[in-house]
Design a protein around this ligand. Structure first.
Ligand SMILES: Nc1nc2c(c(=O)[nH]1)N[C@H]1C(S)=C(S)[C@@H](COP(=O)(O)O)O[C@H]1N2
Ligand SMILES: [Mo]
Length: 315
């Protein structure tokens, strides 16, 4: 249990960002290996340069140790500690990301190259899991729209379908007799959701490349939706005409919808969604519980996408 007495300061206030990154670079120069050994940090974590992005929050950033060791990534096992414990063999680079479907210019992107050539932003977002826990994570990435525009979508494209990696040799949760989910993990967004400026592809967090447990080398982050929409370790993004299948919806259609917008007024069939447990603030003296906000607090930016839809019917 974490001590409730140690005061927590926002990650962004620990050290000004440019100093933090400079220091990282200097240390990387001295030998990146010396930095490893921090729990949850993959051995080859590389510092990333990122400009401060929009849509920030003043909320206290979740300790890195929690964000990188309390994970959902069922390909590595169903326990929260399984992804960080079991992902050591996973090789996130080199990595090809195919972007295709209803587009003028289908293309294979080299993700290592994307990471080094795309201007990166730090986006500090709340993340709300459908299981009613939440974190505040300093992602590093770029708007999904930046990538999607490069392939020139056709007018007939209405949705975007995402596919995760399938590598049973490296992912113990993908082999064996008892499989909770069907593989590969798939997700989807409506085209306007995919093009929204809040929607990013993350390639890092806390100033470094993504640990395997968090979806290396590239994963989706859609902060107004439940966490399961944030598909990890993406190999393919396809433009399609019809609403694509999504993994948790296939698994339990009455419990997990396609839209999955965070909504405190619509309970999960088995638990309330009115409140959430903020990881890192929960402990001996406090439950860490706080009220869940509509659209996870991003309603000002995204509510208009759903004008005319009865959101009580769209879990
Ligand atoms: N491929 C894949 N992506 C996934 C999952 C998964 O099991 N497999 N879990 C989802 C769920 S339920 C959540 S809450 C987030 C967790 O992201 P984090 O571990 O980086 O916090 O990843 C999502 N993306
Ligand atoms: Mo989740």
């Amino acid at each position: 249990m974490r001590s409730p007495i140690i005061p927590r300061i926002p990650y962004s206030e620990v050290t000004p960002k440019h100093l933090y990154l400079n220091r990282r670079e200097i240390m990387a120069g001295l030998g990146a290996a010396a930095l490893s050994g921090v729990a949850g940090t993959s051995a080859d974590a590389t510092p990333l340069k990122a400009a401060k992005g929009p849509f920030g929050t003043n909320e206290i950033v979740t300790p890195k140790k929690d964000a990188t060791t309390y994970n959902n990534f069922y390909e590595f096992g169903t326990d929260k500690s399984a992804p960080s414990a079991n992902s050591g063999k996973f090789k996130p680079l080199p990595w090809t990301l195919r972007v295709d479907g209803l587009v003028h210019k289908p293309r294979d992107f080299d993700v290592g190259e994307l990471i080094s050539k795309t201007p990166l932003e730090e986006r500090i977002y709340r993340m709300r899991c459908v299981e009613a826990w939440s974190m505040v994570i300093p992602w590093i990435g770029f708007p999904l729209a930046t990538l999607l525009k490069q392939v020139e979508p056709l007018g007939s494209a209405k949705y975007v379908a995402f596919t995760s990696v399938y590598r049973p040799d490296e992912m113990p949760g993908q082999r064996g007799l008892f499989q909770v989910l069907e593989w590969p993990y798939v997700e989807g967004l409506r085209l306007d959701e995919a093009m929204h400026p809040l929607t990013i592809l993350a390639v890092g967090l806390y100033g470094e490349t993504l640990p395997n447990a968090n979806g290396a080398p590239i994963r989706l982050v859609v902060p107004w939706k439940y966490g399961f929409k944030g598909i990890k370790s993406i190999t393919r993004i396809s433009f399609v005409e019809k609403q694509p299948p999504t993994t948790w919806n296939l698994m339990a259609p009455n419990e997990y919808g396609f839209y999955a917008n965070v909504n405190p007024e619509v309970d999960h069939p088995r638990w309330s969604q009115a409140t959430e447990r903020r990881i890192g603030e929960d402990g001996f003296f406090s439950s860490g519980r706080r009220k869940t906000l509509p659209f996870n607090g991003y309603g000002e930016q995204v509510a208009s996408l759903y004008a005319g839809m009865d959101l009580r019917k769209f879990y």
